[in-house]
Design a protein around this ligand. Structure first.
Ligand code: B12
Length: 432
């Protein structure tokens, strides 16, 4: 073989290597400290706080919360089964709005499978048919012409197809067809910009369908849509290395890790994302339990698609509660945050003084205490979700967007974001 041949062979080999998204092992103490942050959340056992995503994340990780984990699953089962009774079968759709939502039921089904439990029996059948009913309802909301929107979101739609799929439960081709159409015509998945999280979940759902040979009449479209989803995620890589933003990168990596991509610089892209994630971990960006739960599988080379046949006997390192070093009592330093709500009349604008390190939620509380400001929240798996400001509740497809002036949407919610001194935070009512 001539020199040119050898060179071509080498390039070919390198190209083939670059097709795989491989995340080299990260320091195990880093993974453990992430896992430890979930432990306090696992003591909160009310329906409002129970979070099936935490259980799924831990089971797909390299760490375990020993007895706490089993008790947590038990609590999930008790609460979710009870709420299933409230979802009495009827043709009236009003009860579909009741808690838990379609996406939460889907996550609960993923949690059961993460414990290697197959859905079966009367209770299981009920859960499956409820989720299918939710999907049918959402399919109708999207409509024949695909012009409508699901009541929840395409994210929850994808999550539900994925959850049914890992339990080998088939949904109608027309249900899968709506998600395929959305990925093929991506304006449906935008929320102002492309939602990488949503595309990633859709891609994971399609990968599960492909591997489980479900909806085989759609096989060709499904294979293409996996590729399209991967390409969209890759295209959304930022100069720092994130896919979308830091918090969509875990789900994006879950998708990219599941299928090789010939001809793309997948390997390098994933290595860059890993480096960016590690830097953000050092900066303490991952404090939110839901975010940690989506990241832990990635650090263990796993994705939700692995729930098709999970390895429930894989050894995991037992987490010990973190030792808290008592901090010295210090006189708190105070900062000023300007809080602005221009979309109400009269517009609200006040400087609020809070101890340094306070969360945005603490700023809102302080403003409410001072008078002239009101807000309301709703518990969600990501934490408290801001639903009303100055008595103005969000309408259909509206939300209170959190903005750092002049125009930067926050990447964290009110409980996690800690404003700096002199910052202006605007609460803006927008449609999505
Ligand atoms: C859909 C979605 C939205 C929709 C929700 C409306 C709807 N009907 O679905 C819209 C566009 C309105 C939205 C808004 C926001 N979102 Co959002 N959202 C998502 C997404 C894609 C899926 C959420 C979901 O359905 N989960 C599954 C169901 C089963 O869980 P759930 O808890 O029941 O779902 C509810 C909550 O998630 C809530 N919600 C949605 N986003 C957020 C964000 C926060 C911080 C909280 C507390 C709640 C919340 O709405 C869901 C439906 O009721 C996630 C992606 C992800 N990786 O999780 C991002 C995500 C959770 N959102 C995020 C952010 C930052 C926001 C905003 C704070 C953006 C902003 N600057 O204003 C706002 C919330 C502001 C507020 N009012 O409190 C981040 C959170 C990162 C973090 N550190 O925790 C994520 C991870 C996206 C990302 N990659 O940046 N979001």
């Amino acid at each position: 073989m001539g020199r040119l041949g050898a060179l071509l062979l080498l390039l070919g080999a390198l190209g083939a290597l670059a097709d795989i998204c491989n995340i080299p092992e990260v320091d195990s103490s880093l993974v453990q400290s992430l896992g430890q942050r979930l432990l306090p959340w696992m003591d909160q056992l009310s329906l409002e706080h129970l979070n099936p995503s935490i259980y799924v994340g831990l089971r797909l990780s390299s760490v375990e919360a020993s007895t706490k984990e089993a008790f947590y699953l038990h609590s999930l089962k008790v609460d979710y089964q009870q709420s299933l009774l409230r979802h009495a079968p009827s043709d009236d759709n009003s009860d579909l709005q009741a808690k838990p939502s379609m996406g939460q039921l889907a996550l609960y089904m993923l949690a059961l499978k993460a414990n290697c439990e197959f859905i079966g029996g009367h209770k299981g059948d009920r859960l499956v048919s409820l989720l299918k009913r939710f999907l049918e309802d959402e399919k109708r909301a999207i409509g024949h012409d695909h012009k409508g929107q699901p009541h929840t979101s395409y994210y929850q739609y994808g999550l539900s197809i994925l959850a049914l799929c890992v339990h080998q439960k088939r949904v109608h081709d027309s249900v899968v067809g709506k998600l395929l159409y959305a990925v093929e015509h991506d304006h449906h998945l935008h929320q102002g910009h492309l939602s990488v999280d949503t595309v990633a979940v859709a891609g994971l759902a399609f990968t599960c369908l492909e591997r489980s040979s479900l909806n085989s009449d759609l096989r060709h479209r499904i294979t293409l849509a996996i590729r399209t989803a991967q390409e969209k995620v890759l295209k959304a890589q930022t100069p720092e290395g994130y896919f979308g933003n830091v918090y969509s990168t875990p789900l994006a990596l879950q998708l990219l890790m599941t299928s090789p991509m010939p001809g793309a610089e997948l390997g390098t892209a994933c290595l860059n994302a890993r480096a960016a994630l590690l830097a953000s971990l050092q900066d303490g960006a991952f404090q939110n339990a839901l975010m940690i739960s989506q990241l832990l599988p990635v650090l263990n080379h796993k994705s939700y698609v692995d729930l098709i046949s999970p390895d429930c006997l894989a050894p995991r390192v037992t987490l010990e509660p973190a030792t808290v070093t008592p901090s010295l009592m210090q006189v708190p330093e105070f900062i000023h945050v300007m809080l602005k709500v221009p979309s109400v009349w009269p517009p609200y604008r006040h400087s609020i003084s809070v101890p340094a390190g306070s969360s945005l939620e603490e700023v809102l509380m302080k403003a409410q205490e001072l008078g002239g400001f009101m807000y309301g929240t709703q518990a969600s798996l990501s934490g408290p979700y801001l639903t009303s400001v100055m008595g103005k509740e969000v309408g259909e497809r509206e939300f209170w967007q959190l903005i750092r002036a002049p125009d930067t949407p926050l990447q964290q919610g009110i409980a996690d974001y800690r404003p700096k001194d002199g910052e202006t935070i605007e609460l803006r009512l927008v449609t999505w």
